[in-house]
Design a protein. Structure first.
Length: 95
């Protein structure tokens, strides 16, 4: 059995993902988290001093936004992995 899920790290999507991983174990699961891609397009300029449009005077919530998304996604991935029985193989990739 295979399972595919797309998660954008909204509470609704996280609840959906939790319901999916609570079901019977699948031989193959593919999890696509799009939040990191969208967040880096929106907030990289506020996070990276080397970015041409970096503004050190930008409001703190903008400078921290990207890292908050990364931290939330890390938590979501950890929660998913905790529900998958061993042995498990995990591949993490980014475009």
């Amino acid at each position: 059995m295979a399972r595919i899920a797309y998660v954008d790290c909204s509470p609704i999507m996280e609840a959906t993902l939790a319901a999916l991983v609570a079901q019977d174990y699948a031989d193959l699961s593919v999890l696509v988290i799009g939040a990191t891609d969208r967040a880096q397009h929106c907030f990289w300029q506020f996070s990276d001093p080397a970015h041409p449009r970096y503004d050190p005077e930008a409001p703190a919530p903008l400078r921290r936004a990207l890292w908050r998304v990364y931290e939330r996604v890390d938590t979501v991935v950890g929660d998913v992995l905790a529900h998958i029985p061993d042995p498990k193989s995990v591949i993490v990739m980014s475009d």
